[in-house]
Design a protein. Sequence first.
Length: 125
Amino acid sequence: MTKAEIGKLGEDAVCGYLTSHGYEIAARNYRIKGGEIDIIAVNNEYIAFVEVKTRNPHSLGTGFDAVNERKRGLIIRAASDFCCKNPNQLQPRFDVAQVILDEVRISSIDYISNAYDTTGYKFIF
């Protein structure tokens, strides 16, 4: 299985998780030059910009660790672009999901809502 296929499996699983929790998927793999958002999901209150990291059970680092300061900045930049092109009144939120993939079976989804904010970045929502 390629990295892209593994990533898509993880993203599909998180989309299912989000829809089961009352979210509607507004976009997937939203890209701008220098940034990408895996999933953009909305409910009545929030627009959630979700970064998905899929790992095998024996990975040395967690998916959460992989969303470092640089990666957060790129996601925030892409989220700002999305909001400018798609105005809304929802509160933006930045979430991170870690999916553990054991061979071809999803063994767990760990989800952190509001994992980080825009403090220290030059973007306003």
